[in-house]
Design a binder for this molecule. Structure first.
Ligand SMILES: [Zn+2]
Ligand SMILES: [Zn+2]
Ligand SMILES: [Zn+2]
Length: 758
């Protein structure tokens, strides 16, 4: 019999054709396999029914580890057999099917690592050793079908040795598009910060040595440049912080090995599994008692972001030095995407670094590292990017519309929803300027093309002035797409519902800021969705608190604290005592006091601002230099505390009182430790919000309460809330596949758009 199979999913760039070749030969079938322009794979088979059955069994049971089969469409063919053998034939540009996508980047595999260390191997010491099972994928592919010619590997023609492996069905590099060797493949080289070449036999290890000696080196990786420096020395980190204008924002580090990590951090089995997974994310780990890295790596935090090497180049950096870890932070100018081009790197980074470790292979798609942490035995995404994007999230039922969603403004991603698959882009960042905006546009175009999606709807935030809202309006008009604007916190809850496939939920959504349906600032919300993802009701929230000085209050939490305390006491004296904590000292304090007397300021229900205010009253943080700083530092302080205040719940008319909480902290600041008071703040907020949500759930006969928004990455809040919800006999849901923060908003917008009726 003759049959054609069209396989969709992640089936290109994962060794799928060689696999098909092998199982076709094994089962005695003839025909061909080829990649298609829609990122799917087409197989034509000729042979007996028994052989075909055997093939199909192998297809599902023995597929390559990184492959993901979504669908196999079988079409019986008429006519006589035409093929006398089975072969891999030239790819076709056909784009009939949609929903397939190229795989994420894959960290170096064990076999390649062994070869890297084998003096007899032709790829001994080769920084770009890869095979069919490992190496960059998403970041090198321009378009489907995945062939050498559609990747940035096309600049390197295979030498006879590589070609032999590439064409040998029994070889691990059979049809591996990233195959290369020192003779024919990409080359690494070291330059000064002016771009002058430095002659050396071993540029990668030389770079490692320079790091060890205190230099800052820009290292070109898979998805962009990292700024690397010693994690043990103070001087390079001081310089790095000055030039990156990052006074205290934590730097991620790359550790040599798991054993190295264990010398400075606590690592449980789940964290080990994540660290060594093929995605190799940055994992936030608690610093251990033996923490010995520079305090400048992650100042005033109880945890530190750690990743393991994911390419041969990374492993080699550590070879000739005693360092257990290097700082490895994304090289991006403030509010701009990570740098990926060599010439741009020279232009932008030469003032920051001492040396460049370049290679001559282009990066097609930039992609920042992913960031995760572990709550109990659950992994939580802070950023879903390298190693995960663009693999789709599969939702329970197909959407009515094909949607592109632009996300919000900060920590953004975009999303393409096609049928039951949502393709979420890599981390884009803060869409506030031209560079990030054009990066956002590029990712949308790329995702739509890769997945062969026929978009009819575009979703964005409700905020009338966001850059992304404007872009959505323009694209809707230009392409005649339906425009759907989704309230920020609604998008968070919709994302949580779609991820878990639930039709009703009471969602607690906490973060820093989102534009509310009433035009005011929201951020501590209880939303009821009782009929799918499309509609919501705001059934509760935190008390509104004034933001004296608007955005300044977000930056300097003393302002929020003073305004809240001012509701109960005269704060003039306290504020003047602490005026040195404000950038303009006493003058500013007096101005705030007079503003408080006038009593007109914008208000917010944000949970973030309450944590900020508590941090200021406790003296934990007076200035926010990076997003979520005060909240993160307060969580760090609370880590070893207990609930000493044990305040009564105060919920009036579905509003959780926060003034009383802050006042209690203020009143007791001399009576208890900072740690216990910080814990008490978390306990009060979590218990009140969870109790309010549980009440609403019971009132509406709903069995599920969820927690989402940026604050849901706070392990303490999440665990305290879980306790209240589960003790009430309800199910508690948090994100598992997506970031709880704004990186998940585009997905939420997409599902609201995708299931809307119009
Ligand atoms: Zn490999
Ligand atoms: Zn070669
Ligand atoms: Zn948010």
């Amino acid at each position: 019999m003759r049959v054609k199979l069209n396989v969709t999913g992640i089936v290109q760039g994962v060794g799928f054709r060689p696999f098909i070749y092998r199982i076709a030969i094994k089962n005695g079938l003839t025909g061909y396999v080829r990649n298609r322009g829609d990122a799917g794979v087409e197989v034509l088979l000729e042979g007996s029914k028994a052989a075909l059955d055997g093939f199909l069994l192998d297809l599902y049971k023995q597929k390559p580890p990184q492959a993901c089969i979504h669908r196999v469409i079988q079409t019986p063919l008429q006519g006589k057999n035409e093929y006398s053998q089975f072969s891999i034939i030239q790819s076709s540009a056909e784009t009939e099917f949609s929903g397939s996508v190229v795989p994420p980047d894959i960290s170096i595999c064990g076999e390649c690592l062994t070869e890297l260390r084998d003096t007899q191997n032709p790829r001994f010491d080769y920084f770009f050793i890869t095979c069919v099972n490992c190496g960059p994928r998403f970041t090198i592919i321009e378009r489907a079908p995945y062939d050498r010619d559609t990747t940035s590997m096309r600049d390197f023609s295979l030498c006879s040795f590589c070609l032999k492996e590439y064409t040998d069905p029994s070889n691990r590099r059979f049809h591996a598009q990233t195959v290369a060797c020192p003779l024919c493949g990409p080359k690494a080289y070291l330059t000064t910060n002016k771009g002058e070449a430095i002659k050396c036999a071993d540029p990668v290890r030389q770079a490692g040595k320079l790091l060890n000696e205190g230099s800052i080196v820009a290292v070109k990786g898979y998805g962009g440049f990292h700024l690397a420096a010693s994690a043990a020395l103070e001087a390079p980190l001081v310089r790095l912080r000055q030039s990156k204008s990052r006074r205290v924002k934590p730097f991620a580090i790359m550790a040599k090995s798991l054993e190295a990590v264990e010398t400075f951090a606590e690592v449980n089995s789940k964290e080990k599994e994540l660290l060594s997974s093929y995605s190799r994310p940055i994992v936030l780990l608690n610093k251990s008692g033996k923490y010995h890295l520079s305090p400048l790596v992650a100042p005033d935090l109880h945890n530190v972001g750690v990743m393991l090497p994911y390419s041969a180049m990374h492993y080699m950096l550590f070879d000739r030095v005693g360092d257990l870890a290097f700082v490895m932070t994304s090289a991006n100018p403030p509010n701009q995407p990570i740098v990926k081009e060599n010439d741009l790197a020279l232009q932008i980074l030469s003032g920051t670094v001492d040396y460049f470790l370049f290679h001559n292979r282009n990066i097609v798609q930039r992609c920042d590292d992913s960031v995760m942490r572990v709550h109990g035995d659950r992994s939580v995404f802070l950023r879903r990017s390298r190693g995960y994007a663009p693999a789709p999230i599969i939702i329970r039922k197909p959407a009515k519309h094909c949607v592109v969603a632009l996300g919000g403004e900060l920590n953004n991603t975009s999303c393409v929803l096609n049928g039951d698959k949502a393709f979420i882009s890599q981390h884009i960042g803060d869409v506030e300027n031209l560079e990030t905006l054009s990066f956002l546009q590029e990712t949308i175009g790329h995702l739509v093309n890769l997945t062969n999606s026929k978009v009819d709807t575009i979703a964005c935030d409700l905020h009338p002035k966001f850059t992304t809202t404007n872009l959505a309006r323009n694209l809707a008009e230009k392409n005649r797409w339906q425009l759907v604007q989704v309230q920020h916190h609604h998008a968070h809850v919709a994302a949580l519902m779609a991820e878990h496939g639930v039709e009703e939920i009471v969602g607690v959504v906490c973060d820093g800021y989102g534009y509310g349906s009433d035009g005011s600032a929201w951020g501590g919300e209880v939303l009821l969705c009782d009929n799918g993802v499309v509609n919501f009701n705001r059934v509760g929230h935190l008390e509104k608190q004034p933001l004296v000085g608007g955005d300044l209050a977000t930056k300097y939490p003393l302002r929020v604290a003073a305004a809240i305390l001012n509701k109960k006491i005269d704060v003039s004296q306290w504020l003047l005592q602490n005026s040195s904590r404000l950038p303009y000292g006493e003058t500013e304090a007096k101005l705030i006091i007079s503003q408080l007397k006038k009593g007109s300021a914008p208000e917010t229900t944000s949970l973030g601002r309450i944590l900020d205010a508590a941090a200021a009253v406790l003296g934990v943080c007076y200035e926010r230099t990076y997003e979520g700083e005060a909240a993160m530092r307060l969580e760090a302080v609370a880590a070893k505390g207990k609930d000493v205040l044990d305040l009564d719940l105060i919920i009036r008319d579905n509003v959780v009182d926060t003034s009383q909480l802050l006042f209690a902290v203020y009143e007791n600041r001399a009576n208890y430790s900072k740690s216990d008071l910080a814990y008490s703040v978390h306990a009060y907020l979590a218990k009140n919000l969870a109790t309010l949500a549980v009440g609403k759930a019971k009132e509406h006969g709903i069995s599920t309460v969820g927690f989402t928004g940026g604050a849901a990455v706070n392990a303490l809040l999440a665990s305290l809330m879980r306790k209240v919800v589960e003790e009430a006999g309800l199910r508690f849901l948090v994100h598992e596949l997506l970031p709880a923060g704004d990186g998940g908003v585009s997905f939420g917008q997409a599902v609201v758009g995708g299931f809307s009726d119009f």
